[in-house]
Design a protein around this ligand. Sequence first.
Ligand code: MEV
Length: 437
Amino acid sequence: MAKPVTGFSKKTKTEKIDWLTQTYLSANPTAKQTLQKYWNTDTKLQKLHDDFIENTISNYYLPFGVAPNFLINGDLLALPMVIEESSVVAAASNAAKFWLSRGGFTAKVLSTQKNGQIHFDYFGNEQDLIIFFSEIKTILIESVSEIQKNMKKRGGGLLDIELISKTDALDGYYQLHCTFETLDAMGANFINSCLEQIAQTFEAKAESHPSFKSNNTTPEVVMSILSNYVPECLVEAEVSCPIEDLDQKDIKGNEFAKKFVRAVEIAKAEPRRAVTHNKGVMNGIDAVILATGNDFRAVEAGIHAYALKNGHYSSLTDARIENDTFIFSIQIPLAIGTIGGLTSLHPMTKFALQLLQNPNAKQLMQIVAVAGLAQNFAAIRSLVTTGIQKGHMKMHLMNILNQLDASEIEKNEAINYFKENTVSHSAVIEYVEKLRA
Ligand code: MEV
């Protein structure tokens, strides 16, 4: 068994790799080379990546793809997508092309408010706490004036602080619920700095306040942190067209629309389907979120919580037929930024934002919502017509060929052959083996 290591973070990159390979990878003599192969030869660029996180030993590439022809609120955009799954970019491109000739996507931001809480314990008289809070609320707001100086100049900042009793859920649990406008920044650092300052001021004022001394119960802060649940930071996107415009090769528009709407109704009614349905939505959302340097874990957590807003996990998208018009839409919470964080550090993120014509945060929210809607449209369209495996396996063909170390000639032959034949893992192996024989 390996021995615990001390001072690992202090070791140089080479020392870290040597320790790891000696301790865990003695069976793989090329492990070190594999790590080094993924180092960037531009040492300045490599240093930039090294410094993004701690204990960096190499880089982990994901493909950066592009889905063109997205008509969004009248602008024609090519969406940057970072994702490892084959078919996703192709599906997004197909959906974009489909809607390009049917009026494109419309999107609108409904609200942009973010929030965070100071969670604290208080076991005294509630009325004393209410009076104390009303006395010090202005002081709490003033305590962050230095932190929010620049944000305020730009038109954002702390919006309000509310005292909320959560004692129904947990004995003695209260919170200061703080709301923020962070404009084009995701704002996590700004919000957390404000919260920690407010918490400090709150505790200091409470300690010297007579109400709490007399009954010997002083509010005690447990923690202060932003919330990744942002149902007041909402965006929606939509496509619509007359049903007859949905006519396709093997299916009439009205039949397609009915099946499509039914598929969405099933995702609304059945959580097992809703999770997969929303996973498809997230294929599009995460890919654009990653490409633009935003925090996909925060986005995922917030969106899935929103899918539960009516008490059971449900579809993020909605489809209906109204007066012979097919309408398909999405509404999601999104706290993202186009300045700060990785957005201005990672060269590929900068490229992605430039490709999107340097959107502000609201515009990026619209683009991301469209990516989710498009992806879901493509998935449901396949599911209710051909099934997804046909297209998926075609795209997966290249992965299988790469696993088999196929040469360029073998790849071209296989691509041609599988235009007419069904792709499966075993069929591809058999075909390549035959070629090689
Ligand atoms: C696969 O990545 C995503 C789908 O399963 C989504 C869906 O079922 O709607 C195709």
